[in-house]
Design a protein around this ligand. Structure first.
Ligand SMILES: [Zn+2]
Length: 437
């Protein structure tokens, strides 16, 4: 952009910002009475707080006895536990379950056209929001092209309700590295990701996706997995380190980050050597993997629940694989937790039907040894840091977006209470209120 044009644009932006600022200071005030407040960063909950919301932001917090202006709207959550809106760092709004009885993954692409898929995505984002998830990092459209950019635009223009979205568009893998597969070789089947071969084609795919609105880039570093003769889990690696480095270099140049699906073994090592910012699933992490993640500051999004579903019978290769995957995932999570790897909450919803409760993942994280407050932070302030939104989302504090939810009970006593969200405010607007008055 020419410098002079930039100066003109900067003035327009500043003038608009000033106008918006003037408008928000006169915007209506809403005050939430929070009986218990888990603010997303503190070690312990606070009690009897007032949350002042003006426009789409939190203006301030105050003690329960503070003066409330007469014209303020008051929402009484004094008998509830109030939290920041939750962040799910691994979803697929364009996927509609992978139940083998309903055609598995392939049915998503083969049996639904783009309008049906968009309608499903519209339902998925609404479903996430009503469960208290006010931000999603949606990790690829599975053959629905750049549809996520458009669903995000529809939410932002107010056409449909939904959370704040961070989108990756098409995702990247290699020839032989993604579905659909297993069909006659003469058939040119659609693929659920953009396939590349070689660093030049890898960089081009990243550029295309960033150009068309990707907030993150998603790369599949492993694909098929099986149990070998010695009983070990083996995963087929996909991109070479050189291919991945081209993507990471390009994406970092745009000031954005790379999420890498990686199970274990060679592909995991390439993911770490190539500089992935987050490891998705990480089913089997060695001590050396964990040491490298700590050194490089790599995020870990484990997604436990999807690996506990749809197992074939035990005497089949798929049955053996699925049991093995689950059996190595739990100790990997525990080792990473103990070592202090930065763990974020992610569900892989979409792979799991959207009708299922998104908060189920919390139950497994806590069962595997994570403290409830830490599990909440993994879906609030810690995820906000990963998304470069620290202080703006995942926290109930002055200046943050007013993403506020409530549950009737105490999630620190029973983390499953987070399946019971009764109040959702997103960007200062009440989306659902079955709890307050
Ligand atoms: Zn996924």
């Amino acid at each position: 952009m020419h410098r002079r044009h930039f100066a003109v644009l900067a003035c327009v932006v500043l003038c608009c910002a000033a106008a918006a600022g003037a408008q928000s200071s006169s915007a209506a005030l809403t005050v939430i009475r929070a009986g218990t407040l888990i603010d997303g960063t503190s070690d312990a909950p606070a009690h009897n707080k007032l949350i002042f919301v003006r426009g789409e932001r939190i203006e301030k917090l105050a003690e329960a006895g503070a003066a409330i202006p007469e014209d303020a709207k008051v929402i009484d959550l004094s008998s509830a536990t109030v939290l920041p809106g939750l962040i799910d760092s691994h979803t697929h709004i364009f996927l509609w379950g992978e139940d083998p009885k309903k055609g598995g993954y392939d049915a998503n692409i083969l049996n639904a056209g783009i309008a049906q898929r968009a309608a499903r995505a519209t339902a998925a984002v609404r479903r996430a929001l009503e469960q208290g998830f006010t931000t999603l990092r949606d990790l690829e459209t599975e053959g629905a092209g750049y549809g996520d950019v458009e669903i995000k635009a529809a939410i932002e223009e107010g056409a449909i309700p939904g959370p704040r979205l961070f989108v990756v568009t098409r995702a990247i893998s290699t020839t032989g590295g993604y579905n659909l597969e297993g069909y006659a070789p003469e058939l040119d089947m659609p693929k659920g990701a953009q396939l590349i071969d070689g660093p030049v084609s890898a960089r081009k795919a990243a550029r295309e996706q960033l150009d068309h609105g990707a907030d993150w880039i998603k790369v599949y570093m492993t694909h098929r997995s099986w149990v070998d003769r010695a009983g070990n889990l083996v995963s087929q690696p996909t991109l070479t380190v050189e291919e991945l480095r081209a993507i990471v270099d390009e994406t970092h140049g745009w000031g954005k980050k790379v999420a890498c699906h990686a199970y274990n073994g060679i592909g995991m090592q390439r993911a770490l050597d190539g500089g992935c910012d987050s490891i998705e699933h990480g089913l089997e992490l060695t001590d050396a993997n964990i040491a490298q993640m700590l050194k490089q500051g790599t995020w870990y999004c484990p997604t436990i629940v999807p690996y506990l579903q749809n197992w074939p019978t035990e005497d089949t290769p798929g049955g053996k694989r699925d049991r093995k995957r689950a059996s190595v995932h739990e100790p990997s999570f525990k080792k990473a937790l103990t070592a202090g790897v930065k763990i974020v909450f992610g569900t892989d919803m979409g792979g799991i039907p959207w009708s299922e409760p998104e908060a189920e993942e919390f139950v497994y994280m806590v069962n595997y040894g994570m403290k409830p407050m830490d599990a909440i932070r993994s879906a609030t302030s810690r995820a906000a840091v990963m998304l470069d939104m620290q202080g703006e989302i995942g926290v109930v504090a002055a200046g943050a977006y007013a993403d506020v939810i409530a549950v009737p009970g105490d999630p620190l006593k029973s983390i499953a209470e987070l399946k019971n969200v009764k109040f959702v405010m997103h960007n200062g607007s009440v989306f659902r209120n079955d709890a307050g008055r």
